[in-house]
Design a protein around this ligand. Structure first.
Ligand SMILES: [Zn+2]
Ligand SMILES: [Zn+2]
Length: 385
């Protein structure tokens, strides 16, 4: 992990979103003062703005298409504005305004196959517009508000991460008609980022529940993996060379080797008494009364899924093959003995940027990371693990 530079300008307000410019050392920011700025690294190593425009309302999300140099800004007002960045990075020309929503834009996705810009609004609407003509293709209201979206252009499926932890799959027909076709339930709280990886047909999601889910969408077997290892909240994901990178709100970065065989942890069983010592749990009044004993708290063995008391599940180990990295988790005695030292070998690597981040952007072509920090600065790093 190596630091590349820092952008700090107290006049620009709170930065809401950033995009990394690929063919030169620079970034684009939008912030609460309604500005959109292009920052370029100068010969003295510092970043200075080459462009500063003011929008009619604050930008919330930037999406950049590196091939066409098109920059899309989803705004507080609900509009999506398209700019074109000149070759010399000194001009950001306004090209089009899409009246996508009446409420703030939560996220943007590009469908290059159809030349569509797709946006999710804070009221749950998905808006699709044709980029070339500016014509709106369709509006669709999801049953749950999408916080973040990503598209599989090949199959026309839009993945929508919601604030309650589910992921809605919306199929978009070739003429833009949307319909919800599936819902993935795995996280217990707000989805912070979602990433569709077309080469492997994996969908990755991360959440304020601190876990990362890997959904095997293409395999159509309904398989999923749960990856746990973040002490902070993972908020950004990237995939490169069969490695998944996740970066959290305290700057912890984990590189998960996805060529390694993992399996999903077991479902937790339900029981009114410990499945090993048979002692009653605290809600099992009948058994407590009969045995004149105190009820116990319920825990679960992360390997066999059994419902157990504290005493019968007191061993703590890491189990990378079940996705439990870095922090030991609770298991029963026989499961603890069944895991060899070799099976405890980590299948991931961790490092830290040591930043308190509110937002993180990763460009996996450059292996470049931009963190928007709580102290309003932006830090740039090269992602090496
Ligand atoms: Zn027990
Ligand atoms: Zn067990």
């Amino acid at each position: 992990m190596s630091a590349v530079g820092e952008v700090a300008d107290p006049s620009m307000g709170m930065v809401k979103s950033t995009a990394i410019i690929r063919d030169d050392d620079g970034i684009i920011t939008v912030s609460s003062d309604n500005s959109i700025r292009v920052w370029l690294k100068r010969s003295n190593g510092q970043y200075w703005p080459s462009v500063c425009h003011f929008l009619t309302s604050a930008g919330r999300k930037i999406k950049i298409d590196h091939d066409s140099r098109q920059v899309f800004i989803g705004q507080e007002s609900g509009t999506v504005q398209l700019f074109e960045l000149s070759e010399d990075l000194n001009v950001l020309a306004s090209k089009r305004v899409f009246n996508s929503h009446d409420v703030p834009v939560n996220d943007l996705a590009l469908c290059k196959k159809k030349n569509w810009i797709i946006s999710g609004g804070a009221d749950g609407t998905i808006s699709i517009s044709e980029i070339g003509s500016g014509v709106k293709v369709s509006d669709y209201r999801c049953t749950i508000v999408p916080k973040n979206i990503d598209i599989d252009a090949e199959s026309g499926v839009l993945f929508c991460g919601t604030s309650e932890g589910s992921i809605i799959l919306v199929r978009i027909s070739s003429d833009g008609i949307c319909s919800e076709v599936n819902k993935l339930q795995g996280h217990t709280s707000e989805i912070t980022s979602i990433l569709w990886e077309p080469k492997t047909n994996f969908l990755f999601s991360c959440s304020t529940d601190k876990t990362i889910m890997c959904w095997d969408i293409g395999g159509k077997k309904g398989l999923y993996l749960r990856l746990q290892g973040h002490q902070d909240i993972p908020i950004s994901l990237s995939f490169k060379d069969m490695s998944l990178y996740s970066i959290g709100s305290a700057g912890n970065c984990i590189c998960w080797d996805m060529t390694k065989q993992r399996s999903a942890p077991p479902e937790w069983t339900e029981s009114d008494s410990c499945e090993i010592c048979k002692g009653p749990f605290f809600w099992n009044f009948k058994q407590m009364w009969e045995e004149k004993t105190m009820g116990k708290r319920q825990h679960h063995c992360r390997k066999c899924g059994k419902a157990l008391c504290q005493k019968c599940a007191s061993n703590q180990i890491v189990m990378p093959k079940l996705g439990f990295e870095f922090s030991p988790v609770r298991v029963c005695k026989s499961c603890s003995e069944s895991v060899s030292d070799a099976d405890k070998t980590s299948l991931a690597k961790m490092t830290s940027f040591n930043r308190q981040c509110i937002n993180i952007e990763i460009d996996n072509t450059l292996s470049r990371v931009a963190t928007i920090n709580r102290n309003k600065s932006i830090s740039l790093f090269n992602l090496e693990l």
